[in-house]
Structures are given as C-alpha cells and as structure tokens.
Write a protein that binds this ligand. Structure first.
Ligand SMILES: [Zn+2]
Length: 341
C-alpha cells in the first residue's frame, strides 16, 4: 500500500507550504507545475513561503493534459534536478505533475486549487491521447489544501467534484458484482471508505443549497483517493459510470467536466444496478450539478452510443454493463426513465 504521508487541509494557509514541504521531505529544490491562472493567484505567496524555508524552486507551465505536452514538461523538469515535484491546480496540473513524478521516480505533492475530482490524493492519472481510462502512477507523498483558494474556484468545479463522488455509489456496487460473479479481489475497507465519502455528501447535501461545505467535499474526495491507494486499484472509485464518461470523451471529446459526466453516468448505472438512483439525482441537484444530458450539451445519440461501447473500452473490468447486452434502444429508454433525457 502506498499512501500519502501527510495531508493538510487548512484555511488561508498557502503561505505555510514551505514549512509543510520542509517537514515532509526536506527538499533543497523543487519543480512546480501549474497553469497560468493558478500561477497568477498563488505565485507570490508560494514563492515567498518557499524562499522563507530556503527551498529553491522552478515553475513550469502546464497548458494541456495531452501526452505530448506532458512529455515536453517532463524533459524540462528532468533538467531541474529537483528533489520533489509539486502540482498546483485543478485536474490538469496535478495529473501532469503526478505522471512526471512517476516517470522520473521522484516524490510528488498535490496542491489542489479546486475540488473537481478525486485525483487529488489518488495514485491515478488520465492523460489525453493515452489509454481511454485512468492509469496507475504514484500516490502523492503529501497533499496540501488551502480551502480559501478552493472557495474562490468556480462553483461548477465543486459541483463536478460531487458528481465524481456519486460515482463511488455505483463503482463499489460494480466491485461487489466482480467479486460475486468472477471472484475478483474485493477490499472491504477500501470499498467502505469510498462508499462513506459518497454517503457523507449525500446525507449533508440538503444544506449545500445555501452554502456547500467545501471542506467536507474536498475531504470526501481525498478519502476516495486514499481508498484507491489502499485498494491499489481504481476499483472503489471507478466503475461503469466512469467507463460511460470515458466513452463520451472518446466519441465526442470536450463535452462536460469529468465529474459532471460521472455524476450523470452514476444516475444511469445506479438504475441498472437496482440502486436508489433518485437519491443521486437529489444530491446532484442540491449542489447545482447537472443531472440531464442537455445541461452538458450531450446529444441523445452520443449518450446511447457511449452506453453501448463503454464496457468495450475496458473489457477486463467487470461491471453491470458486462451483464447487460446494451443496445441503443435500451440506452434511450434508460436515459428517459431517469430524466437524463
Ligand atoms: Zn473520477
């Protein structure tokens, strides 16, 4: 089991990052990966904090999460000869930094600036142009969160993070199916941890209408990532609803955010599994996340096709879709019966 050694969730604590890294692995020099926007917001405070802790740093710009730009950034970072790689940002910078750290065999620290998905603390990354699903890299050595920064991120990102949390409801059920039908290893502890992350936000989402609890949501996302670390696979976090999301990406790249597609996928897959899908819709609505295809610009034909091909993207991962011969017709009926269409 490879787990994060230290996770800090604080408020207005970005200026403490130097101290945090000092205590974590005492690096003399680090490489940072971030997008332009995040760099503008964090550069001054982070640089001052690092200088105060006598840590030298080199910033790298991340503009895309495709394989080619990841490769370019990797070569730049290799030249830094740094002790640690830090990804500061939403999904992209954290993913790229995690992947590069894995390839260069250097420790990695995750500094999320939005709560949009569970890659914050997980050992998994998905890069565009690589496999159509997430692949295993390295678990972060540390996770450092400043809630104040997360609160300033667009609300859509936080709602998307809740969609990724709803995926745990269906992912864990798929994992149970794989255990029962094909004898796959099932980690009870990891499965329960992932289920709990979803349950906590479901149970509290009534209050999210007024003001979402950013700390609760980010902690749930971190716990899901840790569940994947414990399982040593993405099983507790990713089932047929993720295959659906990946299939949409494959058929029509650029539609909706990852967590938005997973949330909608979770509604559909929960119904197929005989679970309480209305509970998922209610949670997503409470946080203002999309529950219909139209809201993310997903055409009915693409949705139906995605459900039909989802399992073929990863045939070895047993899910509810392994048991159902999905057709276009069945997919449309399912989507209409849940109000997704
Ligand atoms: Zn996800």
């Amino acid at each position: 089991m490879e787990l994060p050694r230290q996770i800090v969730v604080g408020e207005k604590n970005i200026g403490e990052i130097g101290n945090f890294l000092r205590g974590l692995s005492d690096p003399a020099k680090i490489s940072l990966v971030s997008g332009d926007q995040v760099r503008r917001i964090t550069h001054e405070k982070v640089s001052r904090s690092l200088a105060g802790s006598k840590i030298r740093s080199v910033w790298h710009r991340c503009t895309s999460n495709d394989v080619d730009s990841a490769e370019k950034t990797l070569l730049e970072i290799k030249r830094d000869v740094s002790d640690l790689i830090v990804g500061i940002g939403g999904g992209r910078s954290v993913d790229i930094a995690k992947m590069i750290a894995f390839k260069l065999k250097r420790p990695f620290v995750s500094v999320p600036t939005s709560a949009s998905h569970d890659g914050i603390a997980s050992p998994f990354v998905s890069l565009r142009g690589d496999k159509p699903y997430s692949i295993i890299a390295t678990a972060p050595l540390g996770v450092f969160v400043d809630i104040e920064i997360l609160k300033k991120a667009p609300h859509r990102l936080l709602a998307s993070g809740c969609g990724d949390l709803m995926a745990k409801v269906t992912a864990v059920r798929d994992w149970e199916l794989a255990r029962d039908k094909v004898g796959e290893y099932f980690g009870t502890y990891a499965a329960n941890l992932a289920s709990m992350s979803a349950k906590i936000v479901i149970d509290n989402s009534k209050n999210f209408k007024k003001r979402p609890d950013v700390r609760m949501i980010v902690e749930a996302l971190i716990s899901s990532g840790v569940a994947a670390c414990i399982a040593g696979s993405s099983r507790p976090c990713s089932g047929a609803e993720h295959l659906f999301s990946h299939a949409v990406d494959y058929l029509h790249p650029g539609i909706g955010l990852h967590g938005e597609k997973c949330g909608i996928g979770a509604i559909l897959i929960a119904k197929l599994q005989g679970q309480d899908w209305k509970k998922i819709i209610q949670m997503l609505k409470n946080v203002g996340a999309p529950t219909t295809a139209r809201e993310i610009g997903l055409q009915p034909e693409i949705l139906a096709e995605a459900l039909c091909i989802a399992q073929s993207l990863r045939p070895e991962r047993y899910t509810i879709l392994s048991e159902i011969k999905m057709t276009r017709q069945k997919a449309l009926v399912l989507a209409k019966s849940t109000g997704v269409l």
